[in-house]
Design a protein around this ligand. Structure first.
Ligand code: OOG
Ligand code: MG
Length: 262
């Protein structure tokens, strides 16, 4: 930890205002190059508290930068973790409003819904699968608050890992009997294939990302509650979208989910 509390609070307000007002900012490490991971997660926690104080509910968590495609696209090499607030959720087949966003991109993800709480340390694929109620296909809409979507790890963590909106499909699939590694993933933009992948792109097994998230929270005295929705991370590189675009995701055996950009 290198920053004092007033500075952390001021940065939380600065970054959250950029999200709420949909305007970009320069990355915060430009002014605070000494910032470390603890500072970054402390800023993210303050943003979470600001939202809760305003009446928002935390409905889940996410892992990001969990696939090689994403790490390569963003030029960073370590998974990061963030939270999901109630108002991030959009209905399947619904509309995302670009006017509320800066420069949105979409990612195909496998989402987990827990039936039991999960707490680290010591979580592994087995504990995640045992605690999972079902999985659903998800489109995450990310929207870095940083200019031109350019950041380093500490800046992106402080910005709640670019979290902005998400859409989950409505067919619940139990994990028993599924090999999440070999599920094929097809993301289409305006009817054309925009990205292709398989579940194993995420850390060789998407449940590994959930285990890492639970271990990360455990180290900070937190856990994943029963009922939480967890996004395990983009399987392919993220795809930029503009008003008028229609995005549809199909995941083998899990069904589909779609969203329009207005
Ligand atoms: C950071 C968030 C990455 C994922 O699934 O990899 C993410 C970013 O690329 O802006 O959500
Ligand atoms: Mg994501």
């Amino acid at each position: 930890m290198t920053l004092d509390h007033p500075t952390l609070a001021q940065l939380a307000e600065h970054v959250e205002n950029a999200e709420l007002n949909a305007h970009d900012i320069s990355k915060i490490t430009d002014d605070h190059p000494e910032m470390d991971w603890d500072d970054a997660y402390a800023i993210q926690d303050l943003i979470r508290q600001r939202k809760i104080a305003r009446g928002a509910r935390i409905v889940g968590f996410k892992a990001g930068l969990t696939s090689y495609a994403k790490m390569k696209q963003m030029g960073v090499d370590t998974p990061v973790f963030g939270f999901l607030a109630d108002y991030f959720s959009l209905p399947d087949g619904g509309e995302a409003r670009c006017a509320e966003l800066i420069h949105p991109k979409v990612e195909p993800e496998i989402a987990f819904v827990l039936k039991h709480p999960l707490s680290g340390p010591g979580c592994h694929i087995g504990s995640v699968l045992a605690a999972t109620d079902f999985i659903v296909p998800a489109i995450e809409i990310i929207d870095s608050r940083y200019r031109d979507f350019k950041f380093d790890l500490t800046s992106v963590i402080a910005d709640n890992c670019s979290s902005s909106r998400f859409v989950v499909g409505g067919s619940m699939t139990p994990v028993a009997g599924l090999d999440l590694r070999t599920l094929g993933v097809v993301l289409e933009k305006n009817g054309q294939v925009a990205a292709l992948g398989a579940g194993a792109a995420v850390l060789n097994h998407p449940a590994t990302a959930v285990a890492m998230l639970a271990n990360h929270l455990g180290a900070r005295g937190e856990s994943l509650p029963a009922g939480a929705l967890i996004l395990s991370g983009g399987i392919t590189e993220a795809v930029a979208v503009s008003p008028g675009d229609h995005i549809s995701l199909r995941i083998q055996g899990l069904g589909g989910v779609s969203i329009r950009f207005a």
